[in-house]
Design a protein around this ligand. Structure first.
Ligand SMILES: Cc1cc2nc3c(=O)[nH]c(=O)nc-3n(C[C@H](O)[C@H](O)[C@H](O)COP(=O)(O)OP(=O)(O)OC[C@H]3O[C@@H](n4cnc5c(N)ncnc54)[C@H](O)[C@@H]3O)c2cc1C
Length: 482
């Protein structure tokens, strides 16, 4: 029988919450003393929007922990040094953590493993970021699914086996350990500076951070939008989706806890299953992305379909910058990129369109776009982002039998017929008619009448959509036949 550990270190990476957190629950019940620690290694940079959210979220969590009589240390320094130092000084016997996929987490977990092996300390992962541990949902050949629909069916066939995490934690006094340095009870200087930057402040003015805010968001979404989610989710002008992705990315709320919350509300007939399952399906995409990166970690930088490694992409040029600044001359693309810059997020439908435009009309490598998203999205997530970019670029899993190539004009007309989203983000075009606003270059006379000068007050289109589409298809034919 396992004896209680005198001291366990709970290593927080990205699951910044207190409830439904098995690593912490287990440590509190196993151990006499618990060190609750976030290691901030500046060598392992994440993007700007992510670090801003992280800083706010850590500050919130430190406050939440101290209100429950404990302490959360945020320790700056190289992970192997700081972890070894704590293990030695506090005679730590075990390190518990929630496993995370993708970089920089995979490297950190490797470092932690080496440190713990050397110190002969148990390192125990908990898979609380997932619904099911990796390796549970496999196909008949015992291999991971690489097409979503059969994966989803297999997931749903097993969902009754899922068990909830324990919900609440009362007393955290076991974590109230004397820190070696007082500064650990505060945020490190570079995270404080990050919060203070003008762009960070602008982006964060659109968000509430932390565990309580995440649950509040979920409640508001369920009460106000869930019933119309399936119908409305593709229209970027409507606030029809949950906006929970940054909370989920930082683990301020557990996707498993969300599932059980929805289940309880369905069982009490408060929610109708028909309305709920289309949204659960989106959460399953997140699960799918996580498992793909677990099984195929190389896809973080390599296309899942090897043939695409030979794709003749253009090198980065001025069109890349125009794309990132929302100055391509194609309104739906520019609106999306400006929404991203202003708010740190972008509607899913528009993410698909801007990614398609960059890779298929501008012929830029999907990694170029992924990097910009990594830096500017508050929900930038190693698994979801790489899956999204590869899916749109056509080089990922779940390849469509036909080759997907979005036409931004048709999509703009279909999903923002009245131009509400375009007007929100492109005020310089707001006086154009509902027809002209999607393609001002096709309505020169109307532009002239209301004082829009293409090339001056709003850009000319960077590329001809039909020609660039044709040229991309030729490149794809070239690699497929190579
Ligand atoms: C090119 C591209 C890049 C993307 N990069 C990211 C990213 O870095 N981080 C990220 O969280 N999502 C990413 N997505 C997926 C999706 O756009 C966002 O999850 C969604 O827009 C977030 O809004 P929401 O929380 O309101 O989602 P909802 O529609 O309310 O969905 C609920 C949750 O399900 C998950 N989800 C929904 N759609 C997807 C999807 N297609 N793939 C994986 N999970 C999904 C998210 O966690 C989301 O919060 C990307 C999509 C594309 C096309």
């Amino acid at each position: 029988m396992k004896t209680a550990s005198a001291t366990t270190l709970v290593w927080l990476q990205r699951e910044l919450r207190l409830s439904h957190l098995p690593a912490l629950q287990q440590a509190l019940s196993d151990s006499q003393r618990v060190l609750l620690v976030y290691f901030h290694d500046p060598q392992q940079q994440v993007g700007s929007a992510n670090s801003t959210w992280l800083a706010h979220s850590l500050a919130k969590l430190q406050q939440q922990v101290s209100e429950k009589g404990g302490s959360l240390w945020v320790i700056q320094g190289e992970l192997s040094d700081t972890l070894s130092r704590l293990i030695e000084h506090y005679a730590v016997q075990a390190v518990y953590y929630s496993h995370q996929v993708g970089e920089p987490f995979a490297s950190s977990q490797e470092v932690a493993l080496q440190v713990c092996q050397k110190a002969q300390v148990e390192l125990r992962p908990f898979f609380s970021e997932y619904w099911f541990d990796p390796g549970v949902i496999l196909n008949k050949q015992d291999s991971p699914y690489v097409v979503f629909t059969p994966f989803y069916k297999a997931l749903m066939a097993r969902i009754d086996l899922l068990s909830p995490f324990e919900e609440s934690l009362g007393d955290l006094s076991k974590t109230a350990v004397q820190p070696l340095e007082r500064s650990w009870l505060d945020l490190p200087e570079n995270l404080k500076t990050q919060i203070e930057q003008a762009w960070s402040k602008k982006v964060m003015s659109h968000w509430q951070v932390g565990e309580a805010a995440a649950w509040h968001r979920l409640d508001a979404f369920v009460d106000e939008s869930l019933s119309s989610y399936d119908e409305q989710r593709d229209f970027p002008a409507v606030h029809a989706t949950s906006a929970l992705s940054p909370h989920l990315h930082f683990g301020e709320i557990s996707s498993r806890a969300i599932y059980f919350e929805l289940l309880a509300r369905m069982e009490s007939s408060e929610l109708d299953a028909q309305a709920v399952y289309p949204w659960i399906r989106q959460l399953a995409w997140r699960e799918f992305a996580r498992l793909l990166l677990w099984f195929f970690p190389e896809t973080e930088s390599q296309p899942f379909q090897a043939k695409f490694a030979k794709m003749p992409w253009h090198s980065e040029n001025e069109t890349t910058q125009a794309w990132s600044q929302g100055k391509t001359g194609i309104p739906i693309i520019d609106a999306g990129m400006r929404e991203l810059w202003e708010t740190g997020t972008m509607h899913n439908r528009v993410r698909m369109l801007v990614a398609s435009f960059l890779t298929k009309n501008l012929n830029q490598h999907w990694l170029v776009g992924k990097r910009w998203f990594d830096d500017t999205l508050v929900d930038a997530d190693p698994a979801n982002n790489v899956m999204g970019w590869q899916w749109v670029a056509g080089c990922g899993v779940d390849a469509a039998p036909y080759y997907r190539l979005f036409n931004p004009l048709t999509q703009s007309l279909k999903f923002d017929a009245e131009g509400t989203y375009l007007r929100r983000w492109l005020p310089e075009l707001s006086l154009l008619s509902n027809k002209a606003i999607h393609a001002p270059w096709q309505h020169i006379e109307e532009c002239r009448l209301i004082g829009i000068q293409l090339g001056k007050t709003y850009p000319e289109p960077l590329v001809d959509l039909a020609q660039s589409r044709q040229s991309h298809l030729e490149r794809v034919a070239f690699i497929k036949n190579a």
